[in-house]
Design a protein around this ligand. Structure first.
Ligand SMILES: C[S@@+](CC[C@H](N)C(=O)[O-])C[C@H]1O[C@@H](n2cnc3c(N)ncnc32)[C@H](O)[C@@H]1O
Length: 262
């Protein structure tokens, strides 16, 4: 199955989805837990369109430094545009497993919705630890797709669509074993919190509506590989539309935030 392509089109749709109120609230939780202070050097791994990095650059101010890294040239371009007004911010194209950054440089690092796409997590966490100062803070947020509660009239069909969607990333259940991975890499896990993405009714501008569009597009490209036909996907989408129109839509999914120090 294909992993998601983080190209220019993806950058635009991520920007829209990540500007929805529930994802804005997620960023507030992340910043609250990380507590970036004026003058600190902070790193955002898998910076994407740069919405969190913008807040980080604002909070550390020009006595600090904010660096974003991303594997995708289109995401690097999008976040560099967003951060252009900050002389103390920059974006570097590199992989989470090979950070083109100096040792023991950063006070804090974040990586939200990124490590679930990374195959070699021991290497990524060793790189994260290398670039942090001793005692530096790491905040990691990822989704466990087993935590989804998404109402459908045909739950078996919903399961098949979600099995297909699991193929869009390397590890759809990373949070469940992230604690041991962090400890093996030499981190001390300080706090773990759940951040739910909840739409108990249909909201046109929400994480749920954005991810439903992404899942439909992905299933149309990849469904055949798991036996999903276009007719199955049409039926799944029509069911959701009927639930939306009868005010019976329900979606909930958990993100997990780990705050660790090294
Ligand atoms: C779902 S987006 C999240 C973006 C951003 N962290 C946020 O929460 O708004 C995932 C990002 O991780 C990047 N990415 C995926 N695998 C990566 C890797 N191995 N190294 C660096 N970046 C990676 C993608 O290019 C994309 O920009």
């Amino acid at each position: 199955m294909e992993q998601l392509k983080f190209d220019e089109t993806a950058a635009k749709s991520l920007e829209a989805m990540y500007s929805s109120p529930d994802v804005v609230a997620q960023r507030v939780r992340v910043l609250d837990l990380l507590g970036p202070a004026a003058g600190e050097r902070v790193l955002d791994i898998g910076v994407g369109p740069g919405l969190l990095a913008y807040d980080l650059a604002t909070l550390v101010g020009d006595a600090g430094e904010c660096v974003g890294v991303d594997l995708s040239p289109d995401m690097v371009a999008a976040s560099a545009r967003r951060l252009a007004a900050f002389p103390h911010a920059r974006v570097v194209e590199c992989a989470a497993t090979a950070l083109a950054l100096p040792d023991a440089h950063f006070d804090a690092a974040v990586s939200t919705q990124v490590y679930e796409y990374v195959a070699d997590m021991p290497r990524a966490l060793s790189e994260l630890r290398r670039v942090l100062k001793p005692g530096g803070r790491a905040l990691i947020l990822d989704t466990d797709w087993r935590s989804i509660v998404w109402h459908a009239s045909d739950q078996a069909l919903m399961e098949r669509v979600l099995v297909c969607w699991d193929g869009h990333l390397h590890d759809p259940h990373l949070p469940a074993h992230l604690g041991p991975l962090l400890r093996a890499a030499g981190f001390v896990v300080r706090r773990v919190k759940v951040v739910p993405m909840l739409s108990h009714r249909w909201q046109p501008t929400s994480y749920a509506s954005g991810i439903m569009r992404a899942i439909e597009a992905y299933a149309r490209r990849n469904g055949a590989r798991v036996g999903l036909t276009d007719a199955d996907i049409d039926a799944w989408r029509a069911d959701q539309q009927a639930l939306i129109e009868s005010d019976a839509f329900f979606f909930s999914l958990n993100r997990f935030v780990f705050l660790a120090t090294c």
